[in-house]
Design a protein around this ligand. Structure first.
Ligand code: HEM
Length: 465
């Protein structure tokens, strides 16, 4: 079929009108903070260097300042950068910025249930309960310290068996971190210990593998297309559902053996609360919220702790001279959640002169806080002096926000801190770390994989002291 020039002109006109109207409704009509100019349909995706999201967003900060808008496809995201602005958003205007933003790789599975990806009353109830229960179960208490020490001892034994042979530590650290969460959520009865929940470990690992794959990453920024494109990222939902089936089985066993006077673990505490609230029509204590909250704890906790440990060991290999007062600097330098977890405005919000409508996705750039030259003298260098005063004593630095801040601050912070402290000290008391490879500054710099900053893959030897 050959088109006449009139038809070609007509088609061209229709295309132009379509692009113009899409452009206006997508970008121009929204009176958001300025940022790089987006293209129709794909937004700013081409302006973000492949695999260099942190670097690209930091560059935009230099050009557009501490508040700017980026478009992932047609979706606007307001990016907030630097300690002062992030603090103002998350703490001073915490109610405005405290909602959870869109996380396309997880949203179709969680559907706003559980703790991490919920909002409003559901989030309030899940968050209050989780905080209280984790505290009651022993966060920050002696009993808990003993549990972590027990796990650290098991790790030392496994490492001794290696007799100084080089090893890649990912699996070992991930297993140890997951085991601690297992004992909080499922209790540490002997049958569970024996089984070591191999299956659950495999699910958690695969979830992270898929989230950090190029497919998962593309889905996070262009869900409008990727939700419908076949590929490995489609497995995420299936794996999460299998994980939930597994969790449900364990909950069933708890129901059969529940003793309301003896709370053994997180599941027991939730089941008791469910029973107390059974006549409350507005209760959020449902089976669905229980299983998704458990899923959240594993996904948020296991990888975060083991990734921090992995960064830490690498940094200690590079800087063997400083084996104390370093954990804060490891958190800052490793910067494992560079954009935190996306937030969203809970209402129409005025921020630094900009009107940001309710429901806009917000990225608080924790990476920019951790590299803020106003708070860290050598932001791009690993330097424990950032946390030491002139007498060599520990000094807090408010711009260390590895666990974020405000309403959504990480509820696992106390557990993670205790875990990291006990693991690092136990490892260093028992071993000297060594590696054949000489690591450069570029080697120790964190790099983005999925939504986490991970260290390079490396091997090290644990030489018994
Ligand atoms: C080194 C370890 C960890 C780091 C650096 C870390 C960091 C973070 C960050 C940055 C957030 C986002 C907060 C926000 O939205 O503003 C978060 C949320 C969360 N973390 Fe952690 N985390 C760690 C360990 C843990 C552990 C061990 C657990 C479980 C016990 C956990 C459970 C959670 C949950 C459930 C949320 C979502 C909270 C909500 O939406 O209200 N995290 N974490």
């Amino acid at each position: 079929m050959v088109l006449t020039w009139v038809e070609i002109l007509f088609l061209g006109l229709v295309c132009c009108l379509f692009i113009r109207s899409t452009w206006n409704s997508m970008y121009k009509d929204r009176n958001l903070p300025p940022g790089p100019t987006p293209l129709p349909f794909i937004g700013n995706l081409l302006q973000i260097e492949r695999g260099q999201m942190v670097k690209s967003l930091m560059k935009f900060t230099e050009k557009y300042g501490s508040v700017y808008t980026l478009y992932f496809g047609p979706n606007p995201v307001v990016v907030i950068s630097g300690y002062e602005a992030v603090r103002e958003a998350l703490i001073t205007q915490g109610d405005d910025f405290g909602a959870r933003g869109k996380i396309p790789t997880m949203d179709s599975f969680t559907r706003g249930d559980g703790l991490s990806f919920s909002n409003g009353e559901r989030w309030r109830q899940m968050r209050g309960f989780t905080f209280k229960t984790l505290k009651n179960l022993g966060f920050g208490k002696k009993s808990f310290e003993l549990k972590i020490q027990e796990e650290a001892k098991c790790m030392v034994e496994e490492l001794k068996n290696l007799r100084g042979q080089p090893t890649e530590p990912t699996k070992l650290l991930m297993d140890a971190s997951t085991n601690i969460l297992l004992s909080i959520v499922f209790g540490d009865r002997s049958e569970y210990k024996g089984e070591r929940f191999t299956q659950l470990l495999a699910y958690v690992e695969e979830t992270f593998h898929l989230l950090s794959s190029p497919w998962g990453q593309l889905q996070s920024v262009l869900p409008q297309v990727m939700n419908y494109v076949p590929g490995p990222h489609q497995k995420l939902k299936t794996i999460s559902e299998e994980m939930v089936t597994f969790i449900k089985e364990k909950v069933k066993v708890h129901q059969q053996t529940l003793d309301p006077n003896n709370t053994r673990d997180f599941i027991d505490a939730f089941l008791i609360k469910m029973e107390e609230e059974k006549n409350n029509p507005n209760t959020e204590f449902t089976m669905r919220n229980l299983v998704i909250t458990i899923h959240n704890l594993f996904i948020a906790g296991a990888e975060a702790v083991s990734t921090t440990l992995k960064h830490g060991l690498l940094l200690l290999l590079k800087h063997p001279e400083i084996e104390d007062a370093v954990i804060h600097e490891i958190h800052r330098f490793a910067d494992i959640a560079p954009f935190s977890v996306p937030h969203m405005t809970a209402k129409d919000t005025l921020f630094r002169g900009y009107a940001i409508p309710k429901g806009t996705d917000i990225y608080p750039l924790l990476c920019s806080v951790h590299r803020d030259p106003g708070y860290f003298s050598t932001p791009y260098k690993f330097n424990p002096n950032h946390f030491l005063d002139e007498n060599g004593k520990f000094k807090r630095n408010e711009a260390m926000m590895a666990f974020s801040a405000g309403k959504r601050v990480c509820p696992g912070e106390n557990l993670a801190r205790m875990h990291l402290f006990l693991f690092f000290t136990t490892l260093l008391q028992n071993f000297t770390l060594s590696s054949k490879r000489k690591f450069t500054e570029a080697d120790i710099a964190p790099r983005m994989a999925g939504f986490l900053n991970t260290p390079i893959r490396y091997e090290l030897s644990f030489i018994q002291r």
